[in-house]
Design a binder for this molecule. Structure first.
Ligand SMILES: O=C(O)CCC(=O)C(=O)O
Length: 284
């Protein structure tokens, strides 16, 4: 850097992209027609969620089911994880098959508007709700960040139906409009909506929306994959920079790499030894 460089003279300058070698690049969400994103944003503003049907084919769902099934082992350690629910964590370190869910342009287009640039992936899990599971405690996904409501969402989630979601097999239950609530929690009189959608569909909702996994009163499993995202200045739920190898970080898309933490929230959040984390991947 030129020592006479006067480019940072105000606090506003510190909010810009100061990286030299690794400049910020637009996400693949930029490929989505802005009028489509406008409609999604209007639904999110009004209801707190939006459902996109049939983004994946039956073949895609079958492949995901086949790759996930051998990893489905023990059930949850408490009733929140679900005593009859199997979860697979750190999916990114196990397979590339779910990458296209994580960086789906429709998802990124909305995240690009909801969150600040360089937002992070917070979790990627497969969730298999087995027969006999009861309804999960209602919660909102950014509730563990201790910042009082009402407020703008600090995070957002997708839940992808890998099996059909029906009203009785554990489909996620949402409380429409609850993203605007202040301190209150859902009560018995609040309308709850099971997200009934065919396999291959995705529900996207903001981190302030109250929801939970539904009860499964059928004889069949309900498999989903959920990806969660958070503001770039928050600590993600899963420590991906520890669990995902550099080899995998090199193999994923630019969007996923950035969301794993190979990015900077200006001016310095996420730096490694004072440098952009992407420099780590230049090393053999
Ligand atoms: O599996 C679902 O439908 C929702 C699960 C959920 O919200 C959670 O575990 O935080």
């Amino acid at each position: 850097m030129n020592v006479d460089d006067e480019s940072v003279t105000t606090l506003e300058d510190l909010r810009g992209d100061l990286a030299q070698r690794y400049k910020w690049t637009p996400s693949s969400g930029a490929s989505v027609d802005p009028s489509v994103v406008d409609a999604d944003m209007a639904a999110l503003d009004r209801d707190g969620y939006v459902i996109w049907e049939n983004l994946l084919s039956a073949g895609d769902c079958r492949e995901i089911r086949d790759v996930v099934r051998p990893w489905l082992g023990h059930t949850g350690r408490n009733s929140f994880e679900g005593k009859r629910t199997q979860r697979v964590y750190s999916v990114l370190s196990r397979t590339r098959l779910c990458d296209r869910l994580v960086d789906h342009p429709r998802v990124l287009a909305v995240l690009d508007r909801l969150l600040m640039p360089n937002y992070l992936l917070s979790a990627l899990q497969a969730i298999n709700i087995q027969p006999g599971e009861s309804a999960q405690l209602a919660h909102h996904d950014d509730g563990f960040y201790p910042i009082p409501r009402p407020r703008e969402p600090l995070a957002a989630a997708t839940i992808w139906a890998i099996d059909d979601f029906t009203a009785d097999n554990g489909a996620t239950v949402l409380y429409p409009g609850s993203h605007r609530w202040g301190k209150r929690r859902p009560g018995p009189d609040d309308p709850a909506l099971p997200v009934v959608m065919p396999a291959g569909s995705c529900v996207f909702f903001v981190g302030t929306l109250w929801h939970g996994g539904g009860a499964n009163t059928t004889a069949r499993d309900r498999l989903a994959v959920t990806a969660q995202y958070c503001q770039p200045w928050l600590r993600p739920m899963e420590a991906f920079t520890l669990s995902v190898s550099r080899e995998i970080a090199r193999a994923v898309s630019d969007d996923i790499r950035r969301m794993l933490g190979y990015s900077i929230h200006p001016p310095f959040v996420g730096a490694v030894d004072g440098l952009h984390p992407l420099r780590l991947l230049d090393q053999p």
